[in-house]
Structure formats: structure tokens, C-alpha cells
Ligand binder design. Structure first.
Ligand SMILES: [Zn+2]
Length: 412
């Protein structure tokens, strides 16, 4: 498992120039290495390095030799991902082009200390002294180690962007003592913790639609290829903001599972949106966007977080989870006319009543081998408690939210 942390630092002109020289020659090596790989039909680092090392060494006498290694590695990675794009039909050129260069460093080319980071150049080492952002300390102080590889990139105005990579071994998943089923929906996520269902509002569909209107307003007849339009799209930061929400929610759920030594049960949703999943949206692109952020990307965010904590994940078949009775396996019928409780359904076989947001949770638990579904009482029809978007966003843990609610209930 690894995470890159970006450090930004303004350096003096001399330092910048020395790094600029490295970047220029690195780019040349990188381009040669990629051309070699292309004409010899290989993406292998070893073969590329064997093919170009001697000539590159001749051409770039003062460049520390390890830059040739890292450029070859870089070339091999770029060719690899280009191959993958091509296979998926997403490569728009027949040859990968080198536009932006991020110089890769190995353990010979840089040295880390909290006072300064030194980098090898053609004329000795230069040092930079970045200020470390909060996120850096979070990794630095919590059992991650700094990897021997790093990268830097040059920006305008003598600014260097340096990427420190943190690594950590994944903890071994434990034997679960309980299960936390998680049901993903377009505007919410429901979870079953200690047998209590809770709905966490995500508003994913609403948020995505909101962005869509703003995008439409920005475009207003113009092509999305126009630079100004693209820049405005970027400034919306839709992707970042949604990813941030997903990460926070994933962390909340995973921490709860970790502390109670539970496994998380998730629907094994496909990457492509099944027809029935995002309703009432005709625009294919938009439907896909909602599906991705509410379902598949959310699922991935939870899985990724769970791996970090060693929380076991059980993926179960997603079909009919909200229309099958978890006790009888019969069909649950929701009132076609809506009525006063449109989200309450009746089992065709046992006639017992189920709440739509809860039934999927029991079915998920059942498919993972845990059986303790509780139907609604004969008069009951209440919705599971909903936690508003802003509320969980600020919460330290799921438990604190649930305890708080218990207090309110007791007072009532
Ligand atoms: Zn039933």
C-alpha cells in the first residue's frame, strides 16, 4: 500500500536551474527509452535499459547514471499503461507522447531529512527545504515509512513540486466476530450496526445533478474542447469533492467495523451501470456518472479503506436484495399506489412487513451467512433513522452518532 504526499517549495534561481538541467536530460532519456520500447515491441524495464543504457550514458556524461535507470523505469510504466489504454480502445494516438515530465528518483538520487531534501544534479547535490503539510505528518507519525523512490516536477516561478511516497504493509485481515452490511443507494448509504439500521445521507445523485446544471451553464452552446470551458470545469472540482466525501464516509464505516472486529458486507456491483439502477435519467453519460460515484466508486473507496485497516470484506451477489424476503425467500411487494408508507412492503408468503431500506441489509447479511432478520411490527412503518449529510461529515465515529441518538430517544 502506498500514498504520495505532495510538497511544494519555492527555491532560488540557481537550484531551479540545476533541476531544470536534470529535467531536460531526463526527458531526452525518457523519450529515447520509449522509442526503443516501441520499435522493439517491449515494455520491459530490463530490456529497455539493456537496449539504451550505453548510448544514453555516452550522451549524458554528467547526468548521474541512476537517472537513466529511473527514466527507463518511467518509460516502461508509461508504455505499459499506454498498452492498457489501447486494449480498452481508449488510446487516441498510435504512439504515447511525453507532455509532462515528472522526474523519478531512486535511493541514490535523493536523501531525506526533516531539515532538507537533497537531490543529485549534474553539478553536485542541491537541497530544498519544504514546509510539511498536515497530511505529511499524519503518515509520518502513524507507522508508514518513506519509500526509497520519489519524484519531482518543476512548475513556473521557481516552484518545485516534490512527491514523497509513503509505504505500509497491509495488515492481515482478522477473523470477524460480527457483520456490518452496507447497502449503497443513489442518495444514501444504509448500514446495520448491532442490529440497528441507520441511513447516512450522501445526496450523491442530487450533488451530481447539481454539477451537471452548472456544467451546462458553463458550456452554453460552446464545445467542451474550448480551453476556457475546460478550465471552468476543472475549477468545479467535482471529482475531488466527491472523492473526498466518499473517503470520509468509507473511513467512518471501516473504523466502526475495525473497532467491533466486524466484517463489512457489500454488494458486488459491476463497473457498468445495470439498466435498472439509476432511474429517470435519460442522458447515458450522466447516468453513468451518478452510478459511478454512488455505487462503484463508493464500493471501491470502502474496499480500499478496509484493506488499510485489515477489515475483511465480503462481496455478495447484488440481485433482488430489496425485493426478496430475507426469511421466506418470497417476493416482497411494495404498495403500487404508494399509500401512506410507500417504502414498506409485504412478504407474499408470510405477510410480514419489511422496510425497503432495511430489507437489503438483512439480505446482504444472509448472503454472507449471518441470519437474524427482524421484520417490522404489525403497526410499525417508521423509516430507519436518517443521519443528515452535514452531520456525519463532522462526526468522529458512527458510534458517536448512534449514541447521540440514543440520548435523544431516552429524553423523549
Ligand atoms: Zn417473508
Amino acid at each position: 500500500m502506498e500514498r504520495a504526499v505532495k510538497l511544494r517549495v519555492k527555491v532560488d534561481y540557481k537550484t531551479y536551474q540545476k533541476l531544470r538541467e536534470v529535467e531536460e536530460e531526463y526527458r531526452e532519456v525518457l523519450e529515447d527509452a520509449m522509442n526503443y520500447g516501441l520499435s522493439n515491441k517491449t515494455t520491459s524495464f530490463t530490456r529497455i535499459k539493456a537496449g539504451v543504457y550505453r548510448t544514453e550514458r555516452e550522451k549524458h556524461k554528467d547526468l548521474p547514471s541512476h537517472y537513466i535507470y529511473t527514466a527507463c523505469e518511467d518509460a516502461s510504466e508509461r508504455l505499459d499503461s499506454f498498452e492498457k489504454l489501447k486494449k480498452r480502445g481508449k488510446a487516441y494516438t498510435d504512439k504515447p507522447s511525453v507532455r509532462k515530465v515528472t522526474v523519478h528518483l531512486d535511493d541514490h538520487l535523493w536523501r531525506f531529512s526533516l531539515d532538507k531534501i537533497s537531490i543529485s544534479t549534474k553539478k553536485g547535490r542541491v537541497s530544498i527545504s519544504p514546509a510539511f503539510p498536515k497530511v505529511f505528518w499524519r503518515y509520518y507519525n502513524t507507522g508508514w515509512r518513506i519509500a526509497s523512490e520519489a519524484r519531482f516536477r518543476l512548475l513556473k516561478g521557481n516552484v518545485v513540486e516534490f512527491y514523497v511516497v509513503f509505504k505500509r504493509d497491509e495488515p492481515k485481515p482478522y477473523e470477524p466476530k460480527a457483520f456490518i452490511p452496507v447497502d449503497l443507494n443513489e442518495d444514501s448509504i444504509s448500514v446495520l450496526v448491532d442490529g440497528k439500521p441507520t441511513l447516512l445521507e450522501t445526496n450523491t445523485r442530487k450533488i451530481t445533478l447539481g454539477y451537471e446544471y452548472r456544467r451546462k451553464a458553463i458550456t452554453a452552446g460552446k464545445s467542451t474542447k474550448v480551453r476556457e470551458v475546460r478550465r471552468k470545469f476543472m475549477r468545479l472540482r467535482e471529482r475531488d469533492k466527491k472523492a473526498d466525501i466518499r473517503r470520509k464516509l468509507a473511513k467512518l464505516i471501516v473504523k466502526e467495523a475495525y473497532e467491533s472486529r466486524s466484517a463489512i458486507i457489500l454488494e458486488d456491483l459491476p463497473r457498468r451501470a445495470p439498466e435498472h439502477m439509476v432511474k429517470d435519467i435519460k442522458d447515458k453519460q450522466l447516468r453513468l456518472r451518478i452510478y459511478r460515484s454512488a455505487f462503484s466508486s463508493m464500493k471501491n473507496a470502502i474496499i480500499e479503506k478496509a484493506r488499510e485497516f485489515g477489515v475483511p470484506i465480503l462481496l455478495v451477489n447484488p440481485s433482488y436484495t430489496s425485493s426478496t424476503c430475507p426469511v421466506h425467500g418470497a417476493k416482497v411487494v411494495y404498495r403500487p399506489d404508494g399509500g401512506d408508507a410507500p417504502r414498506v412492503g409485504v412478504c407474499e408468503k408470510g405477510k410480514e412487513r419489511w422496510h425497503r431500506d432495511v430489507i437489503a441489509l438483512y439480505n446482504l447479511a444472509k448472503r454472507a451467512g449471518d441470519v437474524s432478520p427482524v421484520p417490522l411490527g404489525s403497526k410499525e412503518s417508521h423509516d430507519p433513522p436518517t443521519v443528515k449529510f452535514g452531520r456525519w461529515l463532522r462526526a468522529k465515529s458512527l458510534h458517536s452518532i448512534m449514541n447521540e441518538r440514543k440520548m435523544i430517544e431516552m429524553r423523549v
